[in-house]
Design a protein around this ligand. Structure first.
Ligand SMILES: [Mg+2]
Length: 95
């Protein structure tokens, strides 16, 4: 199984839990990657990360990694760019 694990407000809520999860998942032959909306200019603060970190730069996560399972506190950005979300919810322009 390919598993995408979000960083902000997912791993950060309980790093020890997710560290144990990643270790168990890898030991069982699953593939786990951290898939973050962040831009690589603002890297996640993990030193010697044992798994790949994919930076999506605020574009839809599925464009970067086609996981079987996404573990994410904000799942709408699995399939939707942040910019599209911003436009969709923006107030109409004042004329
Ligand atoms: Mg998040």
């Amino acid at each position: 199984m390919r598993i995408a694990l979000d960083f902000d407000n997912t791993i950060t809520r309980d790093p020890d839990l997710w560290s144990a999860f990643v270790g168990l998942a890898l030991s069982r032959g699953h593939e786990v990657k951290i898939v973050t909306s962040r831009h690589p200019g603002l890297p996640v603060p993990i030193i010697n990360c044992p798994i790949e970190i994919i930076y999506c730069s605020f574009t839809a996560k599925r464009k970067h990694y086609d996981a079987d399972v996404y573990i994410d506190d904000d799942p709408k950005h699995v399939d939707k760019d942040h910019a599209a979300d911003t436009v969709e919810h923006a107030d109409p322009p004042l004329l």
